[in-house]
Design a protein around this ligand. Sequence first.
Ligand SMILES: Nc1ncnc2c1ncn2[C@@H]1O[C@H](COP(=O)(O)OP(=O)(O)O)[C@@H](O)[C@H]1O
Ligand SMILES: N[C@@H](CCC(=O)OP(=O)(O)O)C(=O)O
Length: 385
Amino acid sequence: MGTPPGGPAVTTQNGRVRDAVTSARRVVVKIGSSSLTTATGGLADERVDTLVDTLGRLTAEGREVVLVSSGAIAAGLAPLGLARRPRDLATQQAAASVGQGLLIGRYAASFARHGRTVGQVLLTVDDVTRRAHYRNAYRTLRKLLDLRAVPIVNENDTVATQEIRFGDNDRLAALVAALVHADLLVLLSDVDALWTGDPTNPRSSRIAEVRDDADLAGITIGGAGRSGVGTGGMVTKVEAARIATGFGIPVVLTAADLATPALAGEPVGTFFHPQRQRPTARLFWLAHATSPRGRLHLDPGAVAAVVGRRKSLLPAGITAVDGTFTAGDPVDLVDTAGASVARGLVNYDAVELPGLLGRSTSELAAALGPAYEREVVHRDDLVLL
Ligand SMILES: Nc1ncnc2c1ncn2[C@@H]1O[C@H](COP(=O)(O)OP(=O)(O)O)[C@@H](O)[C@H]1O
Ligand SMILES: N[C@@H](CCC(=O)OP(=O)(O)O)C(=O)O
């Protein structure tokens, strides 16, 4: 997947075509529930067809498209006789179980008009955080693309519990874009762009481009819109854009009905410029996709070693342990003020650690055996926050 980070140089606005968009070979497109459903609930077939026509044309040009589609819960409401999006997890999961089948069936029929096959990919947080799982997810997506099918990704809502949920597909889309090393992420919603405040407020104005975080200062970024079926609102979209651009992937945020001009590189919506640095995929994952299962409290010497000198974390520098985790889980490393300074994959179970704290690895190896000479978190499995 050898496209350089961020693709070629990006032209600025002023009506010029965005080169990074037109030259993108691998594109992840995310569409929100609010853009796929009718005001009365249920899937809006013509909206699905309009999106698929745009994406079908892209694939006909030889570009690879991964679609991250929300809408399972929204699509399941009407068939289950539910008037609005349920608040409780069990009913959301039931609605997603009904709606996901309908959603993918609708996409399959619609893409068939373009001679394209679709593949359903349902992911949980673990699938993109555990190293073995995310390699597996990557392989499946890669194979689908090689077979010229269109992967359609959603969170596996029916099995995701509150603790292990992404909850919003914006972040999932950014992580999928990083996973497949996409050249472009397009976030489609029911609003045409990021605005400086509530888009219905006449004093708000459209933001055409975001070069870095400084361009976001002073903006009021609000929650989900009035459709009642969206989840994260602008907050999760801006967060997703920051994750993707931090990985060197440019982002266009616009309305679903502007997808065609947006993907043609026209200056619609908001363009987020890719940032320069590109962390390794796995550590990027660790920082952005994982939720820590515990906390290791470090003494000042350990903080200096881990943060300042990029060393592995040894038992001698840990003063306390919180949480219930097993070896291989992500944990946060916190300083004496309680601030998380790094995240890493821990090599011990939570129950084992208290007996090791403050002791040197050679002392532990002598007392307990050579297996106890290992670091608590190896520096290759550690990312600074
Ligand atoms: N600063 C802002 N700029 C644009 N839209 C905003 C802003 N703050 C809040 N929003 C709201 O975010 C909504 C889109 O998010 P959401 O309802 O979650 O949609 P989706 O289903 O597409 O994810 C818009 O309808 C808009 O009302
Ligand atoms: N996975 C859920 C969607 C969650 C979500 O992020 O929704 P949205 O804010 O509409 O993109 C579903 O398919 O209903």
